[in-house]
Design a protein around this ligand. Structure first.
Ligand code: F3S
Length: 756
């Protein structure tokens, strides 16, 4: 069974009563986000109004989705919880561990042989605990979820930051760490700080070369990578309803790039069309019965500034195509002249070497058909493409249908590589170079979401620009970063000047979706006899042991690293080749913080070991402190831990003996992950105190025995010359989270509670 209509009916049955109660309690009309949040309270019908950005609230999500890289640790943790079955419908999707190199057939074969141990583990755990399993090649988690599980008005969590993609089908879908997912799988509530609300009013209509991707590229420019932190972004207005459901998915998907908790759209006809096209007539029929509950109250969209914390308005008729990058998704430049000027000023390579289309962001049938309409023109007009093309379809259903309809053949005629229906080049799983570290400076354009250094191919010199699939196709054909398809001509094989016409495509396949084997394996009804085995000598998988509590006496701790500038989860726990160790904590811990820049020497993976005075790799130095029984502290800058939801970024430092992370500010998911693992995630009360931290510091927590909600902590930094700075630190721990710290981790606490 692909989705559970009975579960959806239950959600809808209680929605009206809960939303009506919330409206009464708050005394105002409700946004869609509030309707979904208030109708998914753990305690049922709302009895009090919550303060946005302040109150921690317990929720009861309807679904969980996990991808293969994060599922390993999540399921290893779930196995520790002592349950027979997951408490909430859950699926596992094998999409991250598949390298893109030669093309789908070869690459999938290679993945199935190199990662068989992990895939078999995930399949058997899924089978045992009642989890739906999507095998390698079935598709990218978020596209598969949109096609099969997302439903208007639902709440979902997923162990991947782009879980937010399901907002395109009117959900509140939120990326969480594996530890949060484990709580919900184990039948516990899921806690979230009640988000703030940002309204984005879309007026006008997309046309010509402008695509839904440009909407979110524009929003990223306006809000920056931090602007959505702690907020749900709700899109509305005529421009929103005129857009396809998968286009809405693209916009919600990249909400992760502005740090938003999630993004969503109200139920409309595009969603109904999509539900019917993806074989979910019954969901559409049920949704139609409670339509008014699946979008905001009319007063909200009429006077948004009264009901949202922030309102942005974008006129789609005036929006043009954008290229965002390099190295950050919020650096936005209109295609053409402005890009030419910026690229020259910043020495960005003008020649474009690859155009990559796909990823969970832009791999729908509509995306592929519109990009193919541009590619077809290269064939028709005698243009030789200057850059190489790589395509990764979002799901087997999309791939099969696109192949049937001749869309993939168009790209193949341009010698495109059709990669597996998987993440591939989007997550550093692109075997582009034999030695990426020493690879040349170059530019690529892709329709993905992230473009941090090394993200696609491991080459720090690759300048990756994010664009819509249609602009990616046009720029790949032209081979120039400053190409503007609306004004510029290209010279074809006959020496003639030709222009590319505007893209065309289909929102949904005119002949309907089709697929032979969608790659889904249903779990056994009773999995009690399924044996999950993990080889003790495995390099890839390791059963977990519970963490010992850190305790409330942290004295004579050492500074491990003072990270300078951006420190994302990729810097803390790098992806790429390390993905293979996601299920083996000891092995993957050897990449801990190797991407973080040491503020004292501006180098990566080169920190002072205070015990020897020598400089060494971060994991080696940390292991030396651990061996000596010394606790350590990591110091960081703003938005520390932005990027993905991977709890490895918290578990690895925890495993190696880091006691506290002290930063100017945190990305939400990472802060929660640190708490879940029983660590201290703290922020400077006075940001400037970051500058006081010195390389040889010894650190004493002075009042950790009084750790309590809303109470600052005091920490003494003793410098090498004997002088001291005593500083105040803020934290956001509530009482329950302090219990996690006291027990050693959230999972330890679940076990204690289970045992009672
Ligand atoms: Fe995969 Fe990239 Fe999306 S890693 S889930 S395609 S963000």
């Amino acid at each position: 069974m692909a989705f559970d209509i009975e579960m959806i009916k239950q959600v809808y049955a209680s929605m009206s009563e809960r939303v009506d109660a919330a409206r009464k309690i708050t005394g105002k009309p409700l946004t869609l986000a509030e309707k979904i949040l208030y109708s998914h309270l753990w305690d049922g019908t709302p009895t009090k109004a919550f303060s946005r950005g302040k109150d921690y609230v317990d929720f009861a999500p309807d679904r969980i989705a996990c991808q293969d890289a994060t599922a390993q640790m999540a399921l290893l943790q779930f196995m520790q919880a002592g349950k027979a079955k997951v408490a909430v419908p859950t699926t596992v999707h094998c999409d991250h561990l598949i390298q893109a190199k030669s093309g789908a057939f070869e690459d999938l074969k290679h993945a199935n042989s190199t990662s068989s141990e992990v895939f078999n583990f995930l399949e058997s755990v899924s089978n045992k605990y009642g989890i739906g399993f999507w095998k390698p090649g079935a598709g990218i988690i978020h596209q598969v979820v949109l096609e099969n599980y997302a439903f208007p008005g639902g709440m979902m969590i997923g162990t991947d930051s782009h879980t937010v993609n399901a907002g395109g089908l009117g959900m509140v879908a939120i990326g969480v760490g594996g530890a949060d997912a484990v709580d919900v799988m184990a039948g516990m509530a899921w806690e979230l700080k009640f988000p703030k609300l940002i309204g984005v009013k879309l007026t006008g209509k997309l046309s010509g070369w402008t695509a839904p991707k440009d909407v979110i590229l524009k929003v990223a420019e306006i809000l920056t990578v931090k602007g959505g932190t702690g907020a749900i972004v709700e899109y509305f207005g005529p421009g929103a309803t005129a857009m396809s459901c998968t286009g809405k998915g693209t916009i919600c998907n990249m909400g992760a790039e502005i740090g938003a908790t999630t993004s969503t759209f109200g139920y409309d006809e595009s969603m109904e069309r999509y539900l019917r096209a993806t074989d979910r007539e019954d969901v559409a029929n049920e949704a139609n019965k409670i339509k008014e509950y699946l979008t905001a109250d009319p007063e909200v969209y009429a006077n948004p500034e009264l009901y949202f914390d922030q309102v942005i308005e974008i006129n789609l008729s005036e929006l043009g195509p954008l290229l965002n990058g390099p190295f950050t998704p919020d650096l936005s430049t209109p295609v053409g002249k402005e890009m030419a000027e910026k690229a020259a000023a910043h020495d960005w390579p003008m020649q474009v070497e690859w155009g990559l289309i796909g990823s969970c962001t832009n791999s729908s049938y509509e995306d592929l058909s519109r990009a193919a309409s541009i590619a077809q023109q290269a064939l028709d007009k005698g243009l030789k493409t200057k850059a190489e093309f790589g395509i990764n379809p979002g799901s087997e259903q999309v791939r099969y249908t696109a192949e049937r309809d001749g869309i993939l053949a168009v790209f193949e005629k341009l010698d495109a590589k059709i990669f597996t229906n998987a993440c591939g080049p989007c997550i550093g799983q692109w075997a582009r170079y034999s030695d990426p570290k020493n690879a040349p400076k170059n530019s690529i354009v892709h329709s993905f979401n992230r473009n941090f250094a090394k993200r696609a191919d491991g080459n720090p010199n690759t300048h990756a620009f994010v664009a819509s699939p249609e602009i990616t196709a046009a720029i790949a054909i032209a081979g120039r970063l400053d190409f503007n398809p609306m004004t510029d001509t290209l010279i074809n094989e006959n020496g003639e000047e030709v222009m590319l016409d505007e893209p065309t495509g289909w929102e949904l396949p005119p002949k309907g979706f089709e697929v032979k084997d969608n790659g889904y394996l249903a779990p056994k009804e009773d999995g009690s006899d399924v044996i999950v085995s993990v080889d003790e000598n495995s390099e890839r998988l390791q059963l977990l042991a519970p963490f010992e509590p850190i305790g409330n006496s942290i004295k004579n701790a050492k500074l491990l690293i003072k990270a300078f500038g951006k420190c994302t989860t990729d810097h803390i726990s790098m992806a790429g080749p390390w993905l293979r160790f996601r299920g083996h904590l000891d092995n993957i811990a050897n990449n801990t913080l190797i991407g973080a820049v040491n503020a004292f020497n501006q180098k990566t993976n080169f920190v002072k070991n205070q015990l020897t005075g020598e400089y060494d790799a971060v994991p080696a130095v940390q292991r030396a402190y651990k061996a000596a029984g010394i606790k350590t502290v990591v110091v960081g800058d703003h938005n520390y831990g932005e990027g993905s939801s991977r709890e490895h970024a918290a578990m690895q430092p925890r495993f190696l003996g880091v006691a506290a992370v002290i930063v100017k500010s945190f990305a939400r998911i990472h802060e929660t992950n640190l708490k879940k693992q029983g660590m201290l995630g703290l922020t400077f009360a006075n940001e400037a105190d970051y500058d006081l931290i010195q390389e040889d510091d010894t650190i004493n927590f002075l009042d950790l025995n009084e750790f309590a909600p809303d109470k600052q902590l005091t920490v003494e930094f003793v410098h090498a010359d004997g002088s001291k700075d005593v500083i105040k630190l803020n934290h956001t721990y509530n009482q329950a989270q302090i219990e996690w710290f006291n027990e050693g981790s959230a999972l330890n606490l679940i076990k204690v509670q289970n045992a009672k």
